[in-house]
Design a protein around this ligand. Structure first.
Ligand code: TRP
Length: 334
């Protein structure tokens, strides 16, 4: 049996090409060499998203995005966190093996506390216990499925360490019931430039969303910031945001050709942007059609997620029952 890789996707914000190259593509690649689990972490999003319609819409957006980009839901297990209630029972159990001080030191919680202190508020002002307990829910997601590796960005590294801590503490008491996972940390991720040259991020409002309609996409590409060199002047492709995005996924020969055009006279930035737009269209146009067909058919998304949840729950129930036996509660009949 191949090892298990598990990816949690928080349904916040519209997926953009920075997400694609930084997270989605590498996570989809893992399905080639691992038994892959992908899930939408909607109950993690509830710590911040307090609008039911928005949470549902974002859940569908994220599901449609991953499906449109090639997630094979028959081969992998693809589900929505809230459809697997076993996870929340495990969260309670694990919380009884989590030192509170460990959670005090978790980055997201600590940052909110520090912010409050800096602004002379009560240290826990405006902080919900969901944010505080967030790492335990994440540990539960991971440990529930016997996960071996978790691909995450650097910002999630501490969560993996907390998960390992909790698993080891639990195993020390009851024997090796939980698999201690490894983080597959993508430290040297290429930074994807946004349209203003800073790292592409929804926080900077500088993204190229993956599935904008063609006209809007073209308009957005035309907004990419460049210097003001004229058509006649030779240009440095390595200092240009347009080229920086282009080279992420154009074929090598095309990259070389565009480089040559930058370095010689006669190409304006408008032409380079048009090249980039066409490349994006070629690469993601078909995915967009698939995406739109899912968005127009949420019942199909529900069907896929429900099938995924069935598979996930069977695995979850088995592990949970072993844990129930160990801790002295009674296994549920299946
Ligand atoms: N906390 C992760 C994030 O913000 C999402 C997540 C929830 C997750 N549960 C997980 C990631 C389990 C990996 C494994 O991106």
């Amino acid at each position: 049996m191949s090892k298990i890789a598990l990816t949690g996707i928080k349904p916040t914000g519209t997926p953009h090409i920075g997400n694609y190259f930084g997270a989605i593509l590498p996570a989809l690649e893992l399905a080639k060499s691992y038994t892959a689990f992908y899930f939408i972490a909607d109950y993690h999003a509830l710590t911040t998203v307090k609008d039911g319609k928005a949470l549902q819409a974002q859940t569908y957006e994220v599901a449609a995005t991953w499906l449109a980009l090639g997630l094979d839901y028959e081969k992998a297990t693809f589900f929505r966190q809230s459809d697997v209630p076993e996870v929340f029972e495990l969260q309670w159990i694990l919380s009884c093996f989590t030192p509170k001080g460990l959670l005090n030191r978790a980055h997201a919680y600590k940052a909110s506390v520090d912010q409050n202190i800096a602004t002379q508020k009560d240290s826990d002002d405006g902080i919900n216990a969901g944010l505080f307990n967030y790492p335990v829910l994440m540990a539960s997601d991971i440990l529930m499925f016997g996960t071996n590796v978790v691909p995450v960005g650097l910002d999630q590294k501490q969560h993996i360490e907390i998960t390992r801590d909790i698993a080891e503490t639990f195993n020390n008491v009851y024997g090796d019931l939980l698999t201690v996972p490894e983080g597959l940390i993508q430290e040297d991720l290429m930074t994807i430039p946004g349209i203003d040259g800073r790292k592409m991020s929804k926080n900077y409002n500088n993204t190229l969303p993956l599935f904008l309609p063609p006209k809007k996409l073209r308009k957005r590409v035309m907004q990419i910031q460049t210097d003001s060199k004229t058509v006649e002047e030779p240009k440095n492709p390595d200092e240009c945001n347009v080229f920086g995005i282009y080279k992420l996924f154009a074929p090598p020969q095309q990259i070389q050709d565009l480089r040559t055009r930058y370095e010689s006279s006669g190409m304006g930035y408008g032409a380079a942007k048009q090249e980039l737009y066409e490349l994006l269209e070629n690469r993601f146009g078909q995915n967009r059609e698939k995406y739109n067909s899912y968005i127009e058919n949420p019942a199909e998304i529900e069907r896929i997620l429900f099938e995924g949840a069935k598979k996930a729950r069977a695995i979850a129930r088995e592990r949970l029952n072993k844990i129930r036996s160990a801790i002295g509660t009674t296994p549920l009949s299946t």
